[in-house]
Write a protein that binds this ligand. Structure first.
Ligand code: PBG
Length: 323
């Protein structure tokens, strides 16, 4: 045999030398859940190890992450039901919990990168990402609300705005609103290929944001489709996206690879709540080795082509020196 691939696996030094994929803190974005109040830190029952923080504790959490070299955060609010309405007006109200959280984090940690989520669902009394009229999600009317929300986030200090709603034309619409208001430097990370997935369940528990009726299949993509992601990617590029995101990550590694091959923009992937909970449940049962399972998952997402990974594992992999 002239070729013996095992020779390149014979020692740790050589294995490290030929390693094709690297994971580091700089690739990771840590999603954080926030809630109103003072000194709150409540564990999400379906996501062991993940908490909802009031803003004071959020700042403590950000500080401890920054010390580990984890400097990018994606914020998600849990909104009291009494503040929700049909038009998600709480999403751009001056003085709201979310806007306060953005500006406090940027005030105390100007070098942190704050990613914000633009979508109506946490603020909508219908639990949908768009305005709903007679059971129909209205696209163009929703864009106006998304534009107001994005502008409020930019004014509060967001570095990257991540529209997660899947309305048509939202990237172009939001880009225009930001530019007209002088926020040409605020980036857009588009949830480009976001699938109608079962794996968002624990996140919807965390935010109390599950749809009150129906499902999200008229705006999120059908898990059967791959080529459709190329249509979304082309549109988002034309509309001015700075990143293209695939979500969820693990069941859609083929889509990450497809977008990576198709586009020159950086690709992000969201290792979503259900992917996190699945591993934690198996670990709690003693069925999986936690360190190996988590690093294998994150590595596979990088190997498929994702530059940035949004993951609930971000802090623990650094805290435990797993990467
Ligand atoms: C809402 C949004 C969702 C997630 C991020 N933004 C849920 C949904 O579309 O219902 C899911 C994240 C996760 O599951 O970790 N627009």
């Amino acid at each position: 045999m002239l070729q013996r691939p095992r020779r390149n696996r014979k020692s740790e030094v050589i294995r490290q030398m030929v390693k094709e994929t690297h994971l580091s803190a700089s690739n990771l974005i840590f999603p954080l859940f926030i809630v109103d109040g003072i000194n709150q830190k409540t564990e999400i029952s379906s996501m062991p190890g993940i908490f909802r923080y009031s803003v004071d504790n959020l700042l403590r959490e950000v500080e401890s992450c920054m010390k580990l070299g984890l400097k990018s955060f994606d914020l998600f609010p849990r909104i009291d039901d009494s503040l929700k309405d049909k038009y998600a007006t709480e999403s751009y109200r001056e003085g709201s919990l979310y806007l306060k959280a953005i500006s406090e984090v940027k005030h105390y940690f100007p070098e942190a990168c704050v990613v914000t989520d633009v979508a109506m669902d946490p603020y909508s009394s219908d639990g949908h990402d768009g305005i709903i009229e007679n059971g129909v999600i209205l696209n163009d009317e929703t864009l106006e609300i998304l534009g107001k929300m994005a502008l409020a986030h930019a004014q509060a200090g967001a570095d990257i705005i991540a529209p997660s709603d899947m309305m048509d034309g939202r990237i172009g619409y939001i880009r225009q609103v930001l530019d007209e208001n002088g926020f040409t430097n605020v980036s857009l990370m588009s949830y480009c290929a976001k699938y109608a997935s079962a794996f968002y369940g624990p996140f919807r528990d965390a935010l109390g944001s599950a749809p009150k009726s129906g499902d999200k299949k008229t705006y999120q993509m059908d898990p059967s489709n791959q080529r459709e992601a190329l249509i979304e990617a082309t549109l988002d590029e034309q509309e001015g996206a700075d990143f293209l995101m695939v979500k969820p990550a693990l069941p859609y590694l083929d889509v990450i690879k497809l977008l990576k091959d198709h586009s020159d923009l950086p690709i992000a992937a969201y290792n979503v709540s259900g992917e996190y909970s699945m591993i934690k449940a198996a670990v709690q049962n003693g069925w999986l080795d936690e360190q190996r399972a988590i690093t294998e998952v994150l590595t596979s997402i990088r190997r498929a082509g994702a530059t940035a990974i949004l993951s609930y594992h971000s802090k623990e992999v650094l805290l435990n020196n797993w990467i």
